[in-house]
Design a protein around this ligand. Structure first.
Ligand SMILES: *Cc1c(COP(=O)(O)O)cnc(C)c1O
Length: 408
């Protein structure tokens, strides 16, 4: 017990109240999960000997094949990151006008659209799964709308069925941001198989990582072909381009990392699931705090431990708890506060967007991502849960302090 570590009962050990931080080193959300270092080294040595570092190398091809096989999709086109992958898809599909997406997502999704000259139109989410609300999407379609771009936030699938039907009925393209959802299923089918294409991220903080990396997965042969050209400057042969491309290639060293991480997937899922369960058990008696759940009927990567803090029930609100955790060196994150619509440039482009996004604002104000993954032990989780419990016990004192403290 954190509070019990204190020598006197009057003075709680919480760092925010003057105690020593529970952890000497910061605990980050999204600290990379890694695979077998020896396997990575072997690949790097081989790549080194062959002097093949990028451009359709052996490891990129193998990584693409393994990802495509896992998902059960015809094509996986690896890229340097997911943001570039989104841009290349938008460009390849020739999307113009407005594209509807959630505001409750990572800002890269909106930025990739905006950077391609497409207007990101932020739509509200459903209260229970934090993903696009199909009815609200329908009400936001205008004559300028060309596509719907839902995300599977925290790996929980969007309402793929309703959104796909809506897109078909209204003659729109639908493609998904699956950056969180590798290894997750929807109605028994792996995410990555839906819509015109789905985009994966292999950034260091993601479930499976290639340091930096992304991919587009699709069953569309023509689209896959064009994505391959476009990520390599548009070259169709040595000295010829048929259209404008960009450099969006994944390097061999990144693919070597991606393969090594991919091989560790069962172990990573196991640890994530264990950690998720430990947090859930450790927090279940506390009022107004709950973990988001993952359907046991589906496959899931359990990569995100997200708590919701209901300030009506809990003695502290989310930001007070955040500050308390940060003082203990538990660097919990408010994903995805404040919502894209409250970040530049969108905040000034759409100053009133918040009034159309009530669930986004509500959810963004109560979520907190906690550290998990390979480096987080059950002992660490026990301590974090004790910190939260102690924070609730000393809520009155924390409240009076934190009102006067600047938010980090
Ligand atoms: C991480 C992330 C991205 C961007 O991925 P990068 O590979 O870092 O470019 C896009 N969308 C969502 C939802 C993400 O979490």
């Amino acid at each position: 017990m954190v509070a019990a570590k204190s020598t006197t009962t009057e003075r709680p050990a919480l760092a925010i109240l003057g105690g020593k931080p529970a952890f000497a080193e910061p605990l980050h959300v999204g600290r990379p999960n890694v695979g077998n270092y020896g396997a990575f080294q072997e690949r790097v040595a081989d790549m080194w000997d062959r002097r093949w570092l990028t451009n359709a190398g052996r490891y990129v091809e193998e990584f693409e094949q393994r990802v495509a096989a896992l998902i059960g999709v015809k094509h996986c086109v690896a890229t340097c990151n997911a943001t570039a992958a989104i841009e290349i898809v938008v460009h390849a599909l020739g999307l113009k006008g407005e594209v509807i997406l959630p505001s409750f997502t990572f800002v890269a999704a909106a930025n990739a659209l905006q950077w391609q000259g497409v207007t990101p139109t932020f739509c509200d989410i459903e209260a229970d799964n934090f993903n696009l609300d199909p009815e609200r999407v329908a009400s936001m379609i205008t004559p300028r709308t060309t596509a719907i771009f839902p995300a599977h936030i925290f790996g929980r699938p969007a309402d793929i069925e309703a959104l796909t039907r809506l897109a078909a009925d209204r003659g729109l393209t639908v493609f998904f941001d699956a950056a969180h959802a590798l290894g997750c299923s929807y109605q028994g089918e792996m995410i990555g198989r839906f819509g015109r294409a789905e985009i994966l991220s292999f950034h260091a903080t993601k479930f499976i990582n290639s340091m930096e990396g992304g991919a587009v997965v699709t069953n569309d042969d023509d689209l896959a072909h064009r994505l391959r050209l476009m990520k390599n400057f548009g070259f169709t042969s040595y000295d010829r381009t048929d259209e404008i491309g960009i450099n969006g290639k994944m390097t061999e060293v990144c693919a070597a990392m991606g393969l090594t991480s991919f091989e560790a997937m069962p172990e990573i899922v196991e640890i994530n699931r264990r950690n998720w369960g430990a947090y859930r058990d450790g927090l279940k008696k506390l009022p107004g705090i709950s973990l988001i759940e993952y359907s046991t009927a589906e496959q899931h990567n359990y990569h995100y431990v997200i708590v919701e803090v209901d300030s009506q029930q809990a003695p502290l609100n989310r930001d007070e708890l955040l500050l308390t955790l940060h003082r203990e060196n538990v660097l919990a994150r408010r994903y995805f506060w404040p919502g894209c619509h409250r970040m530049a440039p969108y905040a000034s482009l759409y100053p009133n967007a918040g009034s159309c996004l009530p669930q986004t604002e509500r959810v963004a104000g109560r979520v907190l991502a906690l550290p998990t993954g390979q480096t987080i032990t059950l002992e660490i989780i026990e301590t974090i849960c004790e910190i939260i419990s102690a924070a609730f016990s000393y809520a009155g004192r924390i409240r009076s302090l934190s009102l006067t403290q600047a938010q980090s």
